[in-house]
Design a protein around this ligand. Structure first.
Ligand code: CO
Length: 132
């Protein structure tokens, strides 16, 4: 059911600066950049070999990422796992008693169906499932 570690989400203050850091320091390639005003987020996806890193910045301080940055500072935000059947994976997670943030899959910023699982169910790590 799990296909791979799909990406790691990192909250950053300055998206352009962070993209350049990952390009220059690791040779990561920018593959997608998107802004969602409703959720107050701008994100960039960089390929790091088989997986990706998702750099996330806030477009407003009162957005979820803005609040995360104010409370915790920049750093690891979530880990995303690829799944071959997100509906089945969510049903399995629900049956296992996990606290789901998204009870149904929704469209993510990278154009794939996603769903988040609450960090309290996952050892303190916000966990994202991505349809692959
Ligand atoms: Co993500």
């Amino acid at each position: 059911m799990l296909t791979r570690v799909h990406h790691v989400g990192i909250a950053v203050v300055d998206l352009d600066e962070s993209i350049e850091l990952y390009r220059a320091a690791l040779g990561a390639e920018l593959v997608h950049r998107a802004r969602n005003e409703k959720d107050g987020i701008e994100a960039a996806f960089l390929r790091t070999g088989d997986g990706e890193v998702e750099l996330m910045s806030a477009t407003t301080p009162d957005s979820p990422v803005g609040k995360f940055l104010a409370k915790r500072g920049p750093g690891l935000h979530h880990v995303a796992y690829g799944v071959s059947d997100i509906g089945g994976a969510l049903a399995h997670a629900r049956a296992a008693g996990l606290d789901l943030i998204d009870s149904e899959p929704r469209m993510g910023m990278h154009g794939s169906l996603i769903a988040f699982v609450h960090p309290k169910s996952m050892g303190g790590v916000l966990t994202e499932l991505v349809q692959t």
